[in-house]
Ligand binder design. Sequence first.
Ligand SMILES: NC(=O)c1ccc[n+]([C@@H]2O[C@H](COP(=O)([O-])OP(=O)(O)OC[C@H]3O[C@@H](n4cnc5c(N)ncnc54)[C@H](OP(=O)(O)O)[C@@H]3O)[C@@H](O)[C@H]2O)c1
Length: 318
Amino acid sequence: MKAIIYQKYGSPENLTLQEVNRPEPKADEVLVKVLAASLNQADGYMLSGTPFPLRFSAGLFRPKNQILGADISGVIERVGKEVKQFQVGDEVFGDLSGSGFGGFAEYAVAKETTVAKKPKSLTFEEAAAMPMASVTALQGLRDLGQIKKGDEVLINGASGGVGSFAVQIAKAFGANVTAVCSRRNVELAKSLGADEVIDYAVRDFTKEGKKFDLILDGPVNHALNQIEAVLKDGGRYVAFGFSMATLLLGPWKSFRTGKKFANLIAKVKQADLESVATLADKGKISPYIQQNFMLDEVPQAMNLLKNGKISGKLSIII
Ligand SMILES: NC(=O)c1ccc[n+]([C@@H]2O[C@H](COP(=O)([O-])OP(=O)(O)OC[C@H]3O[C@@H](n4cnc5c(N)ncnc54)[C@H](OP(=O)(O)O)[C@@H]3O)[C@@H](O)[C@H]2O)c1
């Protein structure tokens, strides 16, 4: 099969299209004929081997798994002998980040618990744009954020992969949403359902006097004291871009203020893939895809991802 391979940590120039053996599914795995994939910042971290601690699981000196790609959609080609939920021919989508990546290829293996039935209303490209970003947004808003109908919710980084789903999911929960993004993405944020949009180049959401029940933060570019000042009593702050300050001071600050400060580490859960599929099929969320690429164009797509200015998602057609 054809796959995009990398054998050493570094830049997108290390990625090459090669012919490799098709993976074999283990007893609890399915073999998926991959029809589409999408990029996440996680692919960039795995490619560069940074931040360094990720190498303790990904391979200290060189990558253990040579094929990137977490988000996929496709059709099940074979099932392991312990697989109970799927059969050959099922259309699925899923997130391989917890089981060794491998999505930038014609075939990939996945634990059956890391895939779910593809939303019927979406194309394969659209379905592949969903898993990691939409599940991260869902877990941030619902689990750590305890979102409720009528909440004032601010999404910082609203036009990115996670943020573009977070705006839509927060609206689906009945929240009032303020989106923070750059000027070129203001119309996108409005089209996703944001009630108010703040262009971060001209306005700072911590200096406007408005308070929020829940802040979901990707860029993590404000001090915790500034965030605390714009959280209502009992408000929740969830950093999905990693915040060292929240890691070190969050528990103490939460105890002292009665507000909640937490870092999100999203986990692949089949039930959550099913939830986002249901939201998609009900027309409550849909992915915004900035650009589609072919499999041999993954290096170009990874270069684009690196600059951190993606609107929505980048998809790969396989
Ligand atoms: N916690 C988890 O489990 C988890 C899961 C997935 C991702 N993540 C992390 O979450 C972060 C975002 O991921 P993503 O997939 O959404 O990234 P992405 O698709 O690259 O989007 C990043 C977005 O940030 C926006 N941005 C840049 N500077 C900003 C600023 N000063 N203020 C507000 N927005 C700004 C950009 O919008 P403009 O172009 O409009 O500036 C861009 O749309 C990454 O650090 C990623 O590693 C964490």
